[in-house]
Design a protein around this ligand. Structure first.
Ligand SMILES: *Cc1c(COP(=O)(O)O)cnc(C)c1O
Length: 405
């Protein structure tokens, strides 16, 4: 028997791997010292665990241990990278480049910088949600101090050409930050090979605990300097003060270690499940559109628009399947996703989109269940839709003259 409800929203967060939980437990009850206590065994044991985790995290992205700065998560990492560079390099220039489809944790710090007198270019994306290194090259000015472009998008799964962009930035001597939250542990990421100077990651998207993340900060070629957001005891090379949450850090380290070791088998498995889900749905339903790039995308991500169906309604129609819709509930209204809008997806189709996020604990049986339930829920909703009726009768809805009311 299949266990309900089914979790298929792994781009939002992931279940903490039981092996991660197991590794964390002793650090609540037995090894509870402050990693900054340099003068007794409790502190030493905590510090040793933190340093072990630091090297597990570094190994996943090709960094060295000292380049890993612990934060509370990727929202903080992105804020530290963007505001930290802006404040530190302000004399050099006041221009930043990012992309319209970034996570709000990049967009909003950039908007704050705009209010503080910086100039930010928000590059548009193509119909698949991709930006090119050429676009970045054309946007560079002699005032540009930072390029911040995510490795993979959290809604549509599109992977950007990070290596090309990184190489371009290296060539021009401009710092390059990437929000790699969705990419790390899913596709290979190497800060050396890809010319990355700053990289944000978070544990809870890779089967680790919530509330712990890191910022990779390059130490040579070039040595990146940051103005800290938080002042205090001078932890984390002065870039992020505050007592380290040792259990979370231990879990984060183990999560990275597992991701590094299991990625070669896990990613192909996710890709196979994703394709099974995609083909299972599109083989039985017409007027289903894929959002994001067909191949340059995260293995576990599928984002589909079901014409003539409201995404929110569809989610109501299959309450025992946890997915996300392309409409964000703002205070009063349903706003279509700004990411889908940036791809040029119309409001109708944006409202009809669903994000499926497969993960480590997803099974074939769950995928079969979801295919069946999506197909029958969409059919049911379409049967009730007068627009769908007209469409089936061959009426081109774009030419219909609707009566004013
Ligand atoms: C989840 C996510 C974040 C935010 O990470 P937190 O650790 O929850 O703050 C930032 N960027 C992307 C792309 C994400 O998917």
């Amino acid at each position: 028997m299949i266990k309900l409800p089914i979790y298929m929203d792994n781009n939002a967060t992931t279940r903490t791997d039981p092996r991660v939980v197991e590794a964390m437990l002793p650090y609540f009850t037995e090894i509870y010292g402050n990693a900054a206590s340099r003068n007794h065994a409790f502190g030493w044991a905590a510090e040793e665990a933190v340093e072990e985790a630091r090297s597990q995290i570094a190994a996943l992205i090709g960094a060295t241990d000292k380049e890993i700065i612990f934060t509370s998560g990727a929202t903080e990492s992105n804020n530290l990278a963007i505001k930290g560079v802006a404040a530190m390099y302000r004399k050099k220039g006041n221009h930043l480049i990012t992309v319209a489809t970034e996570h709000k944790a990049v967009i909003d710090p950039c908007k704050r910088l705009e209010r503080d007198g910086f100039q930010v270019t928000f590059l548009p994306v193509d119909h698949d949600g991709r930006v090119s290194a050429d676009q970045v090259a054309q946007a560079l000015t002699d005032k540009t101090i930072l390029v911040s472009i995510m490795a993979a998008n959290n809604e549509i799964g599109t992977v950007h050409p990070i290596k090309e962009i990184g190489q371009l930035c290296k060539q021009k001597g401009i710092l390059f930050h990437t929000d790699a939250v969705q990419a790390v542990g899913k596709i290979p990421i190497d800060v050396e090979e890809m010319g990355i100077d700053l990289l944000s990651l978070t544990a809870h998207k890779i089967y680790g605990p919530k509330g712990i993340g890191a910022l990779y900060v390059r130490r040579k070629n070039p040595r990146v300097r940051l103005d800290p957001l938080i002042d205090g005891g001078g932890h984390e090379r002065g870039m992020r003060s505050g007592t380290l949450p040792v259990p979370g850090i231990v879990g984060f380290g183990v999560a990275c270690d597992l991701a590094r070791k299991e990625m070669p088998t896990e990613s192909p498995r996710l890709l196979q499940l994703r394709e099974k889900l995609r083909l299972g749905i599109t083989g039985q339903l017409e007027d289903v559109h894929l959002n994001g790039h067909p191949t340059e995308r995260l293995p576990g991500n599928l984002n589909l628009s079901f014409a003539f169906v409201e995404g929110e309604g569809l989610m109501m129609g299959m309450k025992d399947v946890a997915v996300s819709s392309g409409s964000a509930c703002t205070s009063a209204s349903l706003e279509p996703s700004y990411v889908l809008k940036a791809l040029g997806v119309g409001d109708e189709l944006a409202h009809s989109s669903i994000r499926f996020g497969l993960g480590r604990f997803s099974t074939e049986e769950e995928v079969d269940y979801v295919i069946d339930h999506v197909v029958s829920a969409v059919r049911k909703l379409r049967e009730m839709s007068p627009l769908y009726e007209m469409h089936k009768e061959g009426i081109d809805l774009k030419t219909v003259q609707w009566a004013a009311h």
